[in-house]
Ligand binder design. Structure first.
Ligand code: 13P
Length: 250
């Protein structure tokens, strides 16, 4: 049985004050969430602050990326080993904003994935097609390529401790959500790709949906058989909306 995960990707948002308010808002409402696990992924600089604010709660902490290097002369980078020191459980890898704005290739994402696993963190590997990919009928090929970049290098066993997030690029921050049927189709495909190599790992891996998920559309998305939670951007910045989505996972 896969437990739903509702994870907030805060992206480049927040301040010491607003984050304290957000966490206390989430904690106040948390008892309304019956089944889902909650996680928050603040910017690196706030990890320590949020780690403190989460003391005594069962809300997990995650980071939004990591370096593809272990240590050394790489100005501005943050290594997976450092992230682990701040009580993180999860690490988002390959988010489309990293791929499209900062040029993370499938190979870079695979290297980061390896660092995350090596340091005992759980990667949330993001995959997703652009609108053009979808309109040209290339969705499956793009997704398979993104997953195979990791699968071919590290083998299916690396996915025993991983999460995949399907985030159609055209749905991120646009207010356009994939329909539950569109999302389910891709989630099923992702499970088949993993399942072709190992049926148990495929049956157990959590596959999250991300892209303009809100309390109003979460219920139908989360009711799909292969959707095991959400990776939430904008709506994760409001405690009420974030918890509203997690309640929909009940
Ligand atoms: P939005 O929920 O703002 O569309 O962002 C989704 C996302 O990119 C989560 O990683």
């Amino acid at each position: 049985m896969r437990r739903s995960l509702v994870a907030g990707n805060w992206k480049l948002n927040g301040s010491l004050n607003s984050i304290s308010e957000l966490i206390s808002g989430i904690r106040e409402r948390q008892d309304q969430v019956k089944n889902a696990e909650l996680a928050v992924c603040p910017p690196f600089i706030y990890l320590s602050h949020v780690q403190g604010l989460l003391q005594g709660s069962d809300i997990s902490l995650g980071a939004q990326d990591c370096s593809d290097q272990e240590s050394g002369a790489y100005t501005g980078e943050v290594a997976a080993e450092m992230i682990k020191e701040f009580g993180c459980t999860y690490n988002i890898i390959g988010h489309s904003e990293r791929r499209h704005i900062y040029g993370d290739s499938n190979e870079t994402v695979a290297t980061k994935f390896a660092h995350v696993i090596k340091n005992g963190l759980i990667p949330i590997l993001c995959v997703g097609e652009t609108l053009q990919d979808r309109e040209e009928g290339h969705t499956e090929v793009v997704i398979a390529k993104q997953i195979n970049a990791v699968l071919d290098l590290f083998g299916v066993k690396a996915f025993a401790k991983a999460i995949i997030a399907y985030e159609p690029v055209w749905a991120i921050g646009t207010g356009k959500t994939a329909t539950p049927e569109q999302a389910q189709e891709v989630h099923e495909e992702i499970r088949l790709i993993i399942g072709a190599q190992n049926k148990d790992i495929a049956a157990n891996i959590r596959i999250l949906y991300g892209g303009s998920m809100k309390p109003e559309n979460a219920e139908h998305l989360l009711a799909q058989p292969d959707i095991d939670g959400g990776l939430i951007g904008g709506a994760a910045l409001k405690a009420e909306d974030f918890i509203g989505i997690a309640i929909a996972a009940n």
